[in-house]
Design a binder for this molecule. Sequence first.
Ligand SMILES: Nc1nc2c(ncn2[C@@H]2O[C@H](COP(=O)(O)OP(=O)(O)OP(=O)(O)O)[C@@H](O)[C@H]2O)c(=O)[nH]1
Length: 402
Amino acid sequence: MATQLSHEYQQIITLTPYPLACIVALLGYGFKRSRILFTALNLSGAYWLIQNGLQTSLNQPDAFVLFSTISVLLPVHMALIAIYKERGLFTPVGVIRIAFIVLTYLTLYISWAKGSLGLYLADLPMSMLEMLIHQYYLSEAAAITFTLCLIPVLLSFTLRKTYTDAALLASFISALVMLSKFDQSLISALFVSASLIALAISVMQNSYQMAFIDELTAIPARRALQDKLATLGKKYTLAMCDIDHFKKFNDTYGHDVGDQVLKMVAAKLNQVSGGGKAYRYGGEEFTLVFAGKSEEEALPYIEQLRETIANYPMHIRNQDRPKDNDQGQQQRQQRAKSEVVSVQISIGICEKTAELADAHAVIKKADEALYRSKKNGRNCSTTVHYKPKPKPTRRGQRKDYA
Ligand SMILES: Nc1nc2c(ncn2[C@@H]2O[C@H](COP(=O)(O)OP(=O)(O)OP(=O)(O)O)[C@@H](O)[C@H]2O)c(=O)[nH]1
C-alpha cells in the first residue's frame, strides 16, 4: 500500500509541471510578460522531452544525444529570453521567438521518435561526450554553454532589477542543478515545478508593485494607502503633506527636476520615525499615517521631517552641460550658488475622533488644515484638534521657493 501510495505521489509530482506551465503561460499572456511565457514554453518543452525520452539509461545512444542537446539548448534559450526586450507577444520578434523555441524541441522530439537521434552520437564532439566532473551529468560543452549564457542572464538581472529577471536567474540556476544531478529521482519534475512557481510569483510581485508602489518615488502609492486606512483601529493620526510652490520647480527647471524634487521629498518622508508610514497620495501630495498615535504624539515626528526637508540642500542637476571649458567653469561657479535650493512642505494633521466617521473624513479635515498651513505662510504644520504653542519657523540661507 505504501509503495502504491508513493507511486501515486510520484505520478502527481511528475505531472505537476504541465498544469503549472499552463498557468504560468496564461499569467505571462494575461499580464503581458512575454519573457515569462517564453520561459514557461522553454521549460515545458525541455521537461516534455525529459519525460518522454530520458526515463531510461543515458548509456543508450538516443537518450545520451537527447540529454546532451537539451543541456545546451535549455541555457541558450534562457539567455536569449533574458536579453529579450518586452515588446509584446504577437509582434514579429515575439512570434519568431515562440516559433524558435517550439521548433527546436519539436525537431528534437521527431528525431528521437524516429529513433534517428542515436545515429548522431558519432558526430558529437568529445566535449559533449565526456562528463566534466565525476558523478555530475555536465559535459564540458554544457558547462561552457551554461557559463557563457549566465553572463546575459546575470547582466539582465543586475541592470533591469525586475522580479522577472530574478525568476529567470532562479530558473537558470535550477536548470543547471537539475541537469547536473540528473540521476536523482524526480529531480526534473521538482526543479521545473520550482522554476515555474518562481515565475508565477514574479508575475504576482510585478503586479503588486505596479498597483501598490508608486513608480516615480518607489514609496507606497494611493492604493496601498486605501488598504492601510481600512486596517486602522480607533486611534490614529493622518498628516497630509504638500510641497510648497511645486509648480515653480517645474516651470523654472523643467518636469525632470520636478520629479527629482518629488523623489527627494518621498525619500525623506519614507524615513519617518515614531511608527509613521509614508504614502504618495498623488501629484505633489503625500500622506503620513500614524497608527495608534494622537496629533500631539505624532506632531514632533512630523515637525522633525518638515525641518529635515527644509534644511536639505537640494542640488539641481543641470542637463545642458556646456562644451567650452571656460564657459563651463563660469556656469559651474554660478551654479554653485544658484542651483542649491530649499524645498519646503506644508502639512495638515488630523487625528481620528468620534465625530469623524471614517478615515476619509479624517483626510478631509487634514486637507483643510493643510490649506490653513498654506495660508499661514507655508513651511509649517497645522493640527485640527491639538493646539501647540506657536513656534517661530527658521528659514535657511539657501534660495527659498516660498
Ligand atoms: N514633475 C512633476 N510634476 C507634477 C507631478 N504631479 C503633479 N505635478 C505638478 O505639480 C504641480 C502642482 O501645482 P499646484 O497644485 O498649483 O501647487 P503648488 O505650485 O505646489 O502651489 P502650492 O501648493 O499652493 O504651494 C502642477 O504643476 C503639476 O503639473 C509629477 O509626478 N511630476
